[in-house]
Design a protein. Structure first.
Length: 156
């Protein structure tokens, strides 16, 4: 589904904002909170996230993706976390093509340095993309040009 579990968490977070998956994640965190260590992912919550199969119908509801350290998936993944380390850093956007109605990709944080934005070319409804975290190379420059030709507003 997604090459990078951390990218999947960003998608799960977007869906949690719409009322999906939060109840289960909260229940798992509560059940395992007494044995959880600060700044260490709760393995039962992470196993739940990893095992989730997200339907095409649900993926199609995601129109905006703005990964940030305060997103709900991360709130439930750890007993304590300030979002200031690279635990959930996204290194690959592979699988983004499943977000068929994605219009805006504007990460606030959570992106690893040098991310290849080529998978963004598969998103036909894009209107706005923040490429601040894009790897500065010929490939991403070509992605930027191709997206701009399609009328996509690019921030970098």
């Amino acid at each position: 589904m997604f090459k990078d579990i951390n990218f999947k968490l960003a998608v799960i977070s977007a869906l949690m904002e719409e009322g999906h998956f939060e109840k289960e994640a909260k229940k798992l965190k509560t059940a395992h909170l007494s044995t959880a260590e600060a700044y260490v992912p709760i393995k039962e919550v992470m196993a739940y996230y990893e095992s989730l199969t997200i339907s095409e119908k649900l993926l199609a509801t995601v129109t905006t993706l703005s990964p940030d350290g305060g997103d709900l998936a991360y709130v439930y993944a750890m007993s304590e976390w300030d979002g200031e380390d690279d635990t959930f850093e996204i290194h690959s956007l592979e699988g983004i093509e499943q977000l068929v109605n994605l219009e805006e990709f504007t990460p606030i944080s959570m992106m690893g340095n040098g991310v290849d934005y080529t998978p963004m070319l598969t998103c036909k409804k894009l209107k706005n993309v923040d490429m601040t975290y894009a790897k500065d190379d010929k490939v991403n420059k070509a992605v930027k040009v191709a997206l701009e030709k399609r009328g996509v507003e690019i921030e970098d």
